[in-house]
Design a protein around this ligand. Structure first.
Ligand code: DGY
Length: 323
């Protein structure tokens, strides 16, 4: 029997690509140039499985292409807001993601941005790089102490809980969270966490606010001008979720006018384009979507996709099926 045809939209870790080559009739993307809408349509017409990732915008128009052969999209990423899930579902097209394996590394990046923002690390690094550091001073780059401060998490899924663990057990931080549903009591007890009924209450209370909700229409500009104004002037906002959860223009205004002290961002509206307003600010730490970017995690994400499509091709239910 011939091997299933699999098309991969971006370059993946070498050891995962080697396995794909061994198991499937695979088309890799050596150049790593993102595929165009037409190329994605063609891939859906010619492959049994399309292995996409978070940078591929798989719209209803693409999914509605005539003569589709693909029966599964194995998305490399825990987030799948890049795919029009409702259309995929209506078509009976199966979609999988890669949860669990990136939880700790993404939480590490959230904690890194929290520390960078609190301790003005990006500003300090720039000072040295620009050869403007003239030596230690009692009043230079005074930041804020992190230990024992309050961390408010918006969304309380796996990544938020992992960050809360690091913050609470490692830095003695007090944990507040806002989540639509109640997490297991043992998790709340372990973190001595307090659930807030509204985002507004949490924003006005926390010293640090970290966003952990999915992207998409439901959470677009969840953090807007009105909500930023509720935060403390000494507070910091951290975003490792999705760029469009925050209204960029409102955040730039908030940082410029001192409604809040600082921000740390790993994700951006319309990335990889960055609003030039962010680049002009000192009180912000910027990272290029590094959440899951460790060797171990990226290989594990690839293996997760491999396991999902292997299950599909042998007639089993893929473990990470989202629709
Ligand atoms: C994801 O998996 O959704 C991240 O944004 C990329 O690791």
């Amino acid at each position: 029997m011939s091997k299933p045809k699999v098309i991969v939209t971006r370059k993946w870790p070498a050891e995962v690509e080697a396995q794909l080559k061994a198991l499937y009739d695979v088309q890799l993307n050596e150049s790593d140039i993102p595929m165009t809408a037409d190329e994605l349509k063609k891939a859906l017409q010619t492959a049994d499985a399309l292995l996409s990732t978070v940078t591929d915008s798989i719209t209803a128009d693409i999914l509605n292409v005539e003569g589709k052969r693909a029966k599964i999209i194995g998305n490399f990423g825990v987030g799948y807001n890049n795919i029009d899930i409702n259309t995929a579902k209506a078509q009976g097209l199966l979609v999988t993601n890669t949860p669990h394996v990136l939880t700790d590394c993404t939480a590490d990046i959230a904690m890194l941005l929290l520390l960078m923002s609190a301790r003005r690390a990006a500003e300090g690094e720039r000072l040295i790089r620009h050869q403007q550091w003239t030596g230690w001073k009692p009043t230079q780059l005074i930041g804020q102490k992190v230990t024992s401060k309050t961390l408010g998490l918006i969304g309380f899924g796996r990544i938020a809980q992992a960050m809360a663990k690091k913050a609470h057990h490692g830095f003695g931080m007090k944990i507040l969270f806002y989540a639509p549903s109640q997490p297991p009591q043992n998790i709340i007890d372990d973190l001595q966490a307090t659930r807030y009924e509204t985002i507004e209450e949490l924003l006005s209370e926390a010293n640090f606010v970290s966003l952990h909700c999915p992207g998409g229409e439901a959470t677009r500009h969840l953090i807007n001008e009105q909500r930023l104004k509720l935060m403390r002037p000494s507070a910091h906002l951290i975003n490792t979720a999705r760029g469009d959860v925050v209204d960029s223009k409102a955040l730039i205004k908030a940082l410029k006018e001192g409604w809040i002290a600082g921000a740390g961002l790993d994700v951006f509206e319309g990335e990889p384009n960055i609003d030039p307003g962010f680049l002009a600010l000192d009180n912000i730490a910027l990272l290029p979507h590094l959440g899951s970017a460790t060797e171990e995690t990226r290989v594990a994400m690839g293996n997760r996709v491999l396991a999902n499509i292997a299950a599909f091709f042998t007639g089993d239910e893929p473990e990470d099926r989202v629709v």
